[in-house]
Ligand binder design. Structure first.
Ligand code: AMP
Length: 588
């Protein structure tokens, strides 16, 4: 194991490293720094976020550039504004003793004039998101024609986000003899093709296995009915009282909804997604960093570049569409040498994806059970007991102790302890004592009937371009329902079936009295039989008589929403965890 000195770093950098408290190089630093310092070479490095990769390219770049020149010598491209700012901050910290160094961040959503002004002052290193960089090149606000070093950071993410053309365009404005250092967590074909087309005999390093997720992270999955997802999430949070987590949802809408429900239920949660303004996102991130928010509910795109080191849990509320994205999600925990847990709440229909993810991350998942109510009560009680035990006495309460002692004069120590802990325990106990088991076994029907669900027939199916998943998304969207409110969706050729809880029946039938899809009225009826092809109930929804008129007509491609259907449905309690809100706790 080498030291930072052994790697050949100069005194300015070593001094900054000491200030930062880095005692030894991380694996990626140990591998990359000597290569980059000792040769002018291209490099492909497979490394996760959180492995210290910023310093792996940052230290060599800082050592190699000429701080006495005002010419831009290095460009670092990163996928998101957050990451761009994070890299800029790190570079400034690493280069704090490099006199004359000017590192400038260039990203969308902030004043381009201010950024141009900063660059004009002489930026040896520009850290940029591709869109804004391209814009500035086109407006001739930057000159990158003399750079010697370019870094493509989180290259897989940049390509995922559709930046390929921008990157190509940006690189076309740089000298061909520069060195390019590409860092990526995974190596999909597109990244390999960038390496092939834009780099010359790159040296390659891999930290851990290709595509392997961070070794400090353990992976767990919990198998539940799709509609119990939210209750499962709450239990996981309650079973981990000191949780500091990022919760991933598939869509912006689900992200917002889950965050809102958590807040309503007394958790310190916040949403992070692309429909929020930059200002709102900054505020949420600030609260998360300050740990005022314990549960950050985020979309994959918005969560890119989250630079928080002590996330204890990543919770996959839903699995991502692209399983490769899982690597990025789980990489939000287990950073900077800490351990972390990546949990997946999974329904039976998705459980096969776990196997595919295991192949990608080359690690095994542990199948775990959602804790039952009493287990949670116990965890909460013991957590409180430990907190009390470890609390430093605040002597400002001495003045009040006389009265308190009088009050408890006749209470024994045992009795007092019982009473004290009952305050917290009873709240959780009352909430959880009747809680159902949320776990299902793989052999169970995923959508076991709660006895309170209704099956519907709908006259659209595969011929209308739906499969079960897109039909579920469509129903959720038009009916403004949550992720788990529509289940057991079965798409046939010309018709389909789906279930909802009984509470939604009226809303659903009345919505589809007057709704057209592809110019055709959509007919929804309560179905008598649970599964495929059964006889339908004559008790149909209140339908317009002209419902089949206009079939195949040309009144537009998409469905038409009735203007009066604006109201949002409030969900009632469905899972057996009674009442939608849990006992309120003072969570900071
Ligand atoms: P990165 O992978 O660059 O996002 O780095 C993750 C975190 O690890 C950052 O907060 C760095 O400041 C920190 N870090 C980087 N290198 C080291 C090191 N050698 N020792 C300890 N922490 C480090």
């Amino acid at each position: 194991m080498s030291t930072f000195q052994d790697l050949g770093l100069n005194d300015d950098l070593l001094q900054a490293i000491t200030d930062l408290g880095f005692t030894k190089p991380s694996e990626v630093q140990e591998k990359a720094i000597p290569i980059l310092l000792n040769s002018e070479t291209d490099l492909v490095a497979l490394a996760q976020t959180g492995t210290g990769k910023t310093a792996a390219f940052g230290f060599p770049m800082l050592q190699k550039i000429d701080v006495n020149s005002r010419t831009t010598q290095g460009v670092i491209l990163s996928p998101t504004r957050e990451l761009c700012l994070q890299i800029t901050n790190e570079m400034k910290l690493y280069g704090k003793y490099c006199k004359g160094l000017n590192v400038v961040a260039v990203y969308g959503g902030a004043s381009i004039t201010d950024q141009a002004r900063e660059i004009k002052r002489g930026a040896q290193i520009i850290v940029a998101t591709p869109g804004r960089m391209k814009d500035m090149i086109n407006r001739r606000l930057v000159d990158i024609s003399k750079i010697q070093y370019s870094v493509l950071d989180e290259a897989d993410e940049m390509l995922n986000m559709g930046f390929k053309e921008d990157i190509t365009d940006i690189l076309s404005h740089t000298p061909t003899d520069k060195s390019t250092w590409l860092f990526s967590a995974t190596m999909p074909r597109e990244v390999a093709s960038i390496a092939k087309n834009f780099m010359h005999n790159p040296q390659e390093i891999t930290v851990g296995n290709k595509n392997e997720s961070t070794s400090q992270v353990s992976h767990e999955y919990y198998l539940v009915n799709a509609r119990d997802r939210y209750q499962a999430l709450k239990r996981l949070a309650d079973a981990n009282p000191d949780i500091f987590s990022v919760i991933f949802c598939r869509t912006k809408r689900d992200t917002q909804k889950v965050a809102e429900r958590l807040i309503e239920d007394g958790y310190s949660a916040g949403a992070l997604h692309g429909d929020l303004s930059q200002n709102q996102r900054d505020l949420v991130m600030k609260s998360f960093r300050n740990k005022q928010i314990q549960m950050l509910v985020a979309t994959d795109v918005a969560a890119r570049g989250i630079d928080v080191d002590d996330v204890t849990h990543v919770i996959n509320y839903q699995l991502p569409d692209e399983i490769e994205t899982y690597t990025h999600r789980s990489g939000r925990t287990g950073r900077a040498g800490k351990t972390g847990v990546s949990m997946v709440i999974v329904s039976k229909s998705e459980v096969r994806k776990i196997k595919s993810i295991e192949r990608i991350i080359k690690k095994q998942f542990t199948k775990k059970e959602i804790p039952n109510g009493m287990e949670i009560c116990e965890v909460q009680l013991m957590s409180l007991a430990n907190k009390v035990h470890n609390t430093e006495v605040n002597h400002d309460i001495d003045a009040y102790l006389g009265d308190i002692n009088t009050l408890f004069e006749d209470t024994s120590k045992e009795e007092l302890i019982k009473k004290f802990f009952s305050v917290e325990f009873t709240r959780f106990y009352n909430y959880y004592q009747k809680a159902l088991d949320l776990n299902i076994s793989t052999s169970n029907d995923d959508h076991k009937d709660s006895g309170n669900s209704v099956r519907y027939f709908i006259n659209v199916g595969k011929k209308d371009g739906f499969d079960w998943m897109s039909l579920k998304d469509f129903l959720k969207e038009v009916l403004e329902l949550g992720q788990d409110d529509v289940f057991k969706v079965e798409a046939k050729d010309t018709f389909s079936f789906f279930n909802t809880e009984k509470e939604q029946q009226e809303k659903i039938l009345s919505f589809f009295t007057d709704y057209k899809y592809n110019g055709r009225f959509v007919n929804v009826e309560v179905s008598e039989k649970r599964r495929g092809g059964g006889r339908r109930d004559r008790n149909r929804g209140r339908r317009r008589d002209d419902r089949r008129s206009g079939s195949g007509s040309n009144s537009g491609n998409k469905g038409g929403r009735r203007s009066d259907n604006k109201s949002k449905s409030r969900r009632s309690n469905k899972s057996g965890d009674f009442a939608s809100s849990r006992p309120r706790r003072s969570r900071r």
